[in-house]
Design a protein around this ligand. Structure first.
Ligand code: CP
Length: 360
């Protein structure tokens, strides 16, 4: 028998470690620390976004500044992307990337079409990606593409007359996730922007996962090179012998990141300031758990004040017992995705001039 309205339990607000007010205050602090440089953002107009390598320090910080501005302004006075159409093409499952791009685009007043899996387009009938891209050129103004094949984004790009944003291509890259991760880290510690941070204030970043096989980690490490003066060490914990792809380690070290690889996580965990963990990768039509024996939980020896980040979706490697702890910054990270993508989309659509005066 259904309970009557009066006998129902009162609505209990779910526990939120960081409130919206706290997030907005963090965004405001960050906004105050970065000077505006609209010319750098203007250079992003009509560009494809394929790799985190495209974002040098100044470009990353200007995108983050704009994201912080959007986060502090939940209600925009106008809709700068009115009349524009985004094609949100996801040939692999996604919650955060797909929905945060949609949310970002709609908050800016644009319209959207979804292509949800490989069976909903002519791919299922053997149509080439080249031909599909020819159609997308006519049907939309920007393409957001997620594919489990690393090469698909390049095939589409060779026929594209509209900008393409790589929303995750196989094991290769996830550049907009990395921008989101950087924004989250800087919300936590805006002082990391200082280029003369004393050694005792520099951070130790732990990456639990395999940079050669995880696109989010690969892109994050590339973007962390923009904060080298504030990172004293990056320690990678991977169960795999080939933690790095050929040349990957050399490239990161050449830009100044101090990297070490170990499988002994317990001894280093108490020293880490940022713990970035990921385990799931998508292979063909199923997911694979790359850290089957490892779990981070509220019983783990985490340093006071340290934060845990995870691009999500999570498996058993990140226990829900951490959700209600102050280490949980992974939900803030997922929230930050909307504002970073708003900033990026506005720049790529060449509409930055519509907010320049507002953000100064
Ligand atoms: N962070 C991320 O890429 O998550 P989704 O797979 O849900 O998009």
């Amino acid at each position: 028998m259904r309970s009557s309205r009066s006998s129902r339990k009162p609505f209990k607000k779910p526990v939120m470690v960081r409130s919206r007010v706290e997030n907005i205050a963090s965004a405001q602090r960050l906004l105050d620390q970065i000077s505006q440089n609209p010319e750098v953002l203007a250079d992003l107009a009509h560009t494809h976004v394929i790799s985190a390598r495209q974002f040098d320090r100044e470009t990353s910080l200007q995108i983050i500044r704009l994201a912080a501005w959007f986060e502090t302004k939940p209600f925009l006075p106008h809709t700068p992307l009115g009349g524009k159409i985004l094609i949100n093409a996801f040939y692999e499952p996604s919650t955060r990337t797909r929905c945060s791009f949609a949310s970002a685009w709609m908050r800016l007043g644009g319209q959207m079409m979804f292509v949800d899996n490989s069976t909903s387009t002519g791919l299922a009938k053997g149509e080439s990606l080249h031909d599909i891209m020819e159609m997308f050129n006519n049907y939309g103004d920007v393409l957001v593409l997620r594919s489990n094949h690393a090469e698909s984004v390049y095939e589409m790009m060779s026929r594209a007359r509209i900008p393409i944003i790589n929303a995750g291509n196989g094991e290769e890259e996830h550049p907009t996730q990395a921008l989101t991760d950087l924004y989250t880290i800087l919300q936590w510690r805006p002082d990391l922007l200082q280029t003369n941070l004393p050694p005792e204030q520099q951070i130790h970043v732990g990456v639990i996962g395999t940079p050669s096989r995880m696109r989010s980690i690969r892109s994050l490490l590339l973007l962390l090179s923009n904060l080298v003066t504030s990172i004293r060490q990056v320690t990678v914990f991977s169960p795999h012998e080939e933690a790095f792809a050929p040349q990957q380690l050399e490239e990161l070290e050449s830009v100044g990141l101090k990297l070490q690889v170990t499988s002994d996580i317990e001894s280093v965990l108490p020293d880490l300031d940022v713990i970035y963990i990921n385990s799931i990768i998508w292979k063909e039509t199923r997911h694979e758990q790359l850290l089957p024996d490892f779990q981070l939980s509220s019983n783990s020896p985490l340093k006071t004040g340290s934060i845990v980040l995870h691009p999500l979706a999570r498996g058993e490697e990140l226990d829900a017992s951490l959700d209600d702890s102050a280490h949980n910054w992974y939900f803030t990270q997922a929230r930050c995705a909307v504002f970073v993508r708003m900033a990026l989309l506005l720049c790529i659509m060449n509409r930055i001039n519509q907010v320049t005066e507002l953000i100064s």
